[in-house]
Design a protein around this ligand. Structure first.
Ligand code: UN1
Length: 500
């Protein structure tokens, strides 16, 4: 058998093995016989090397004019376009989602890079009047220094781009840990930035596990901030660790998103939205539509048609054009999904379709699960409240909009919500009353665009937003600047002296 390719860390402009020399395997979740490659099993020493490089590079990069930084990023976006198909195929092989979705993932990185590179010529601050004559007052954004990033496997190129590109255009340097299940896509992204001419040490990438790489990165005293996307439990741990070193932390965590289907909805449209929101990426999106609140008047018809569509979804290897849903990411996730199906049954929800691991024929080489729907669920059930991160959708009957909104807001999370209705008044009530970071009208809970703020309330986040203009607030500090050109001590300054 041919030897699998080995992929190194990217530190100080060099592709280097980790200090211990150990590697780990990255295998295809659709076919465990296929090894994508061997990746560095890094540890604290490698993180320290990467942070040192980023600290050194920071001195020059922060002074490099923002429009010039942006030129490099624009070049990177062009290169991503050129490599889009290759990167998408690599991503499907390491992550499982179907090719149309991995193309979309690369496209999000392209969009974000073009969009944020544009900030290189804006990066607006505020110029405001001063209280005094002959004095100027303004506020400017300044970079933080070294930004540490921990990224998930479900959007292996898009999410790193959401973090890295705004950080870079603002003049920060980066140390990023790739997700253990999808390290190849971040190698592709870093190689693209290298090819675009990013100076050495400005971007550093280290692969490995959370405890061995993530934890030392979060603890490191020279890292100014951590941007984390992942589970709520790990996010809480990151927050605790950041508190003790006064690090800024941006957290993007779980979701339990709802689609509310009203009695006046276009049902075909709503079913389509529920299908792709629930089973796209095998339900492994933080924006997945894992709950549906359906009005009793249309419940039966909706359920019948939705189940029928889900039953006919073609599950398989995402590289196959006919396949609509790929595997879940790994054995542990397959187990979690199975466990939740059992919980749902025990709680008394009605399993309407699916519920099983697919293990026959070629399925047995991967981690496949049937598209699964629970009907007649109570909003208090665990399957209606907890994030499963798999192809499981829970349907809850409701009496009307008020109840749907109450159910929608009753969970710990607050990322995305959606309403299907033909009544503009209902739509606006939902827009006003859903306490989620994102609301969709007559569209599913997925499909956020890069130039709008992305993030959620409650246990989903910690008040920050990535993407959109809001991302700059995550990766910069404000500095207020006063310029006094009167040449003398002015009144306000004297007042302050008197106050003392
Ligand atoms: C995620 O699931 O972590 O809106 C991000 C969406 C995608 C991003 C999802 N653009 O579904």
């Amino acid at each position: 058998m041919a030897k699998p390719p080995v992929f190194n860390n990217f530190i100080d402009g060099q592709w280097v093995p980790c200090r211990s020399g150990r590697t780990f395997e990255n295998r295809n979740p659709a076919d465990q016989d296929e090894i994508i490659g061997l990746f560095q099993e890094s540890s604290e020493a490698d993180v320290n090397d990467a942070v040192d490089a980023a600290v050194r590079a920071s001195q020059k990069w922060r002074l490099f004019p923002a429009p010039k930084r942006a030129e490099i990023l624009f070049r990177a976006a062009e290169l991503l376009i050129r490599h889009k198909e290759e990167f998408a195929r690599g991503m499907t092989r390491e992550m499982g989602k179907v090719l149309t979705e991995t193309r979309g993932d690369v496209q999000e990185a392209i969009d974000m890079t073009f969009y944020m590179a544009g900030e290189g010529r804006r990066m607006f601050g505020f110029t405001v009047p001063s209280e005094l004559p002959n004095k100027w007052a303004m506020s400017v954004r300044m970079p933080l220094g070294v930004c540490g990033m921990i990224t998930p496997w479900n959007f292996p190129m898009a999410i790193p781009s959401w973090k890295m590109i705004p950080a870079l255009v603002a003049g920060n340097t980066v140390v990023i840990k790739s997700a253990e299940d999808t390290p190849l896509s971040l190698v592709h992204f870093c190689k693209t930035l290298e090819e675009a001419g990013i100076p050495r040490g400005v971007v550093n990438m280290v692969s490995g596990t959370g405890p061995a790489v993530g934890a030392p990165l979060v603890r490191h005293p020279d890292v100014a901030m951590i941007s984390f996307t992942g589970s709520t439990e790990v996010g809480q741990e990151v927050a605790r660790m950041c508190a003790s070193t006064h690090k800024r932390h941006h957290l993007e965590m779980g979701g339990k998103n709802i689609i509310m289907v009203m009695e006046d909805a276009d049902l075909e449209l709503a079913i389509e939205g529920a299908l792709w929101g629930g089973f796209g990426t095998s339900g492994q999106r933080c924006t997945a539509a894992s709950r549906l609140a359906v009005h009793k008047h249309v419940y039966k018809e909706f359920a019948r048609k939705f189940i029928d569509r889900a039953r006919h979804l073609r599950v398989g290897n995402g590289l196959d054009k006919k396949v609509e849903m790929g595997p879940v990411i790994n054995a542990a996730q397959l187990e979690t999904v199975s466990r939740y199906v059992q919980i749902g049954k025990d709680e008394g929800a009605r399993l309407a379709t699916g519920g099983n691991i697919l293990a026959k024929g070629s399925y047995k080489r991967g981690f496949f699960f049937e598209p699964t729907i629970f009907l007649d669920a109570d909003p208090e059930m665990r399957i209606a409240r907890e994030e499963i991160f798999g192809p499981v959708v829970t349907v809850i009957p409701v009496d009307g909009l008020e109840e749907a909104i109450q159910v929608g807001n009753s969970v710990d999370y607050g990322l995305s919500s959606s309403i299907y209705t033909s009544d503009v008044n209902k739509a606006f009530v939902a827009i006003r009353d859903m306490f989620t970071g994102i609301v969709y009208v007559n569209a599913s809970t997925i499909g956020a665009e890069v130039h709008l703020p992305f993030g959620g309330t409650k246990a989903t986040g910690n008040g920050h937003r990535e993407a959109g203009h809001a991302a700059l607030d995550v990766f910069t500090e404000w500095k207020a600047v006063y310029v006094d050109f009167s040449g003398k001590l002015q009144r306000a300054q004297i007042d302050q002296l008197e106050d003392l």
